[in-house]
Design a protein around this ligand. Structure first.
Ligand code: DON
Length: 564
């Protein structure tokens, strides 16, 4: 074998590092733990804990940092959710989901004949929802933070201003957006240095304009984004690009504290996100069904186990499409019923263990999701825990942004049902609860979740993955609570997804043996393979021993759990 030259050695070191990150699947700590999609951002969170910050401070600092290091999903131009459990076991949530602008209408994506203009709800400035991230992080800090706001925002400013090592995930995106034939000048320019040269792996990436925007947020709090210079520049950008978000939309945006969805599973308490996310309701519905199953006869990954899980998913997604939307616009959603044990009993009786049910193709719809959202989990020495998922919707959102502001806008309007009343078997959903309306929040699948045991956090978990989020979180929770898997195994275990319609089970490649595929097909399931679903970031806490165990999904090679 030839002696490797320097360049090759360098590559091998990088590969070894990734290998190490994957092999070193569990990370331990007893004073705190932060798990996120970027190891450097997790380190930002840990540094905040070491300075005396709590789990909320660490989550906010990590989230701002991810807006710098992981801009495909980390953001200040998008929105998301926080589930927070304090050391006494009291749990709350912060909703910072984007909102439709004041000028939005429920036919804004239709042509004059009333047909959906293909893709229009996901492209152009018309797809951008009023961002919620800065308001959400600010509200979380005002209510539950410990360190000064400026101290929490500063590390992200430093990373943007002084730069950080351009990683391989970023390089892959840069190579994609700079490919010949790419017509998106903003995204092509985004990954270039000040001389206009495409950044290379490990090169220092500085984002001067983003640093300036973050500095205004540091100095003026939420007003540094929703008012003054930043708001003026956002409104000017929208006007120039035929968007409809105005200064008034920004000034009116408020994050909202909401009561979590609460469920239970064999003595554990489950806390997750209420609408406008569908995640918590669907998770609790499915866990209630699982509680009725006899897992002694349903071995892990057997056809029976997967069939039952798929049938639970089918039902929860049908209910999601029919009932859920922004709670401020849908005042009578049957949340208590959907999450009740008695409803689960009725549903459980409908499941035939020998046959797949049939999804009613006259009703519910297809996936609109791509692969970019990001989740982070934090916990501090006192046992305060944060589960935070936020998103731009697609990878790099609308792929639009202003050079003067240095951040990317979401395309979250695509999560609304785009065409009133029209629900196609393989098409879009048109049910009423999630139609576009001014100032309405679009329905989400993000499922930041905390499982409690004896009033203390036991599992902190969440994932990206569009509608698959609900199901990847569900199976991970089940893996830990029912199958007693350690957190890293629960995260890495391959998973399935069923979302009512299309009426099929998507499974992660390598999950199903030919025998299991045959057995599932014999029950009437249609199977479709996919390489990967989700990127889970989780922590388990052994309160008796006072030990945290963190793990991040190998699907995201730059991710990392850091404990101390
Ligand atoms: O809120 C939602 O459910 C979607 N906008 C999330 C999109 C997503 O997770 C895409 N990436 N993996």
């Amino acid at each position: 074998m030839p002696i490797p030259n320097c360049k090759k050695t360098y590559c091998i070191l990088i590969l070894l590092f990734f290998g190490y990150a994957v092999l070193n699947a569990q990370t331990y700590g007893k004073n705190g733990m932060v798990v996120s999609s970027d190891l450097g951002s997790s380190e930002v969170g840990i540094a905040i804990l070491k300075k005396g910050g709590n789990a909320i401070d660490a989550a906010i600092g990590t989230a701002f940092s991810l807006a710098v290091t992981h801009p495909s999903a980390g953001n200040i131009g998008g929105g998301g959710f926080i589930v927070f459990m304090n050391s006494e076991g009291n749990t709350t949530t912060i909703d910072f989901r984007e909102k439709a602008p004041l000028a939005a209408t429920n036919d804004m994506y239709l042509d004059p004949a009333g047909n959906l203009i293909d893709g229009s709800n996901h492209t152009s400035a018309m797809s951008i929802g009023v961002p919620g991230t800065v308001a959400g992080l600010y509200l979380a800090h005002q209510k539950y933070g410990k360190l000064p706001w400026a101290a929490i925002v500063q590390p992200a400013i430093d990373q943007a201003k002084n730069g950080f090592a351009f990683n391989w995930s970023l390089y892959r995106a840069a190579a994609y957006f700079s490919k010949e034939g790419n017509t998106n000048a903003f995204m092509d320019g985004y990954f270039r240095n000040d001389k206009g040269v495409l950044l290379q792996p490990e090169e220092n990436w500085k984002q001067a304009e983003l640093a300036k925007t973050l500095t205004l947020i540091r100095d003026k709090g939420r007003d540094g984004f929703y008012k003054g210079k930043t708001a003026k520049k956002i409104a000017a950008f929208m006007k120039k690009n035929n968007g409809i978000i105005t200064k008034k939309d920004l000034a009116k945006y408020e994050a909202i504290e909401r009561k979590p969805i609460k469920g239970s599973y064999k003595g554990y308490d489950i806390y997750s996100m209420p609408p406008p996310s569908s995640g918590g309701v669907a998770l609790v519905e499915m866990m209630n069904l699982m509680e009725l199953a006899d897992f002694k006869t349903l071995e892990f990954n057997s056809a029976g186990h997967l069939h039952l899980v798929a049938e639970a998913m089918r039902r929860a997604f049908a209910d999601r499409a029919e009932h859920l939307g922004d709670p401020d616009f849908n005042l009578n959603m049957p949340l208590d019923k959907l999450t009740s044990k008695s409803f689960a009993k009725k549903r459980f009786q409908e499941i035939d263990m020998a046959r797949a049910s049939v999804s009613d193709s006259a009703q519910f719809g297809r996936l609109y999701d791509s692969e970019s959202t990001t989740h982070l989990s934090t916990i501090d020495k006192d046992g305060n825990a944060v589960s935070l998922t936020y998103t731009l919707e697609y990878s790099y959102g609308s792929q639009m942004g202003s050079n003067e502001l240095g951040f990317i806008f979401n395309n979250e309007m695509g999560d609304f049902n785009p065409q009133p009343g029209i629900t196609k078997s393989n098409g879009q959903i048109g049910s009423a609860p999630n139609l576009v309306a001014p100032e309405k929040r679009m329905l989400s699948s993000m499922t930041p979740t905390i499982v409690g045991k004896n009033g203390k956090p036991y599992l902190v978990i969440g994932s990206p993955g569009g509608r698959t989020i609900i199901n990847t979180v569900f199976q991970t929770v089940l893996n830990v609570l029912e199958f007693n898997m350690p957190i890293d195994k629960a995260i890495e275990a391959l998973k399935i997804h069923h979302q009512w319609l299309p009426d099929q089970i998507i499974y992660e490649k390598y999950l199903l043996s030919p025998d299991t595929r045959k057995a599932l097909e014999a029950k009437g399931h249609i199977l479709k393979e996919r390489y990967n679903m989700g990127a889970l970031m989780g922590i388990t806490y052994d309160a008796e021993k006072g030990i945290f165990v963190g793990a991040s999904d190998s699907a995201q090679p730059d991710s990392g759990a850091v404990g101390y």
